[in-house]
Design a protein. Structure first.
Length: 61
C-alpha cells in the first residue's frame, strides 16, 4: 500500500510540474509577441517558477 501512495505522490508532483511548465510556455509566448511586456519582471517570474519546479523535484527524489 505504501508503494501506491508513493506513486500517487509522484504523479501529483508531475502534474504540478506539468501545470507550471504550461504557465512558463504561455509566458514565453507572451514575451515573444509584439505587445508591451516588462521582460525583466517576466524573467523574475520565470525564475520563480523554475525554482518551484526544483523544489517539487527535490521533494519526490
Amino acid at each position: 500500500m505504501e508503494e501506491l501512495t508513493l506513486s500517487q505522490e509522484v504523479l501529483a508532483a508531475l502534474d504540478e510540474i506539468d501545470r507550471i511548465l504550461h504557465q512558463m510556455l504561455m509566458l514565453a509566448e507572451l514575451s515573444a509577441g509584439d505587445g508591451e511586456i516588462n521582460r525583466p519582471n517576466l524573467q523574475i517570474v520565470l525564475e520563480h517558477l523554475q525554482h518551484k519546479i526544483d523544489r517539487i523535484a527535490d521533494r519526490i527524489s
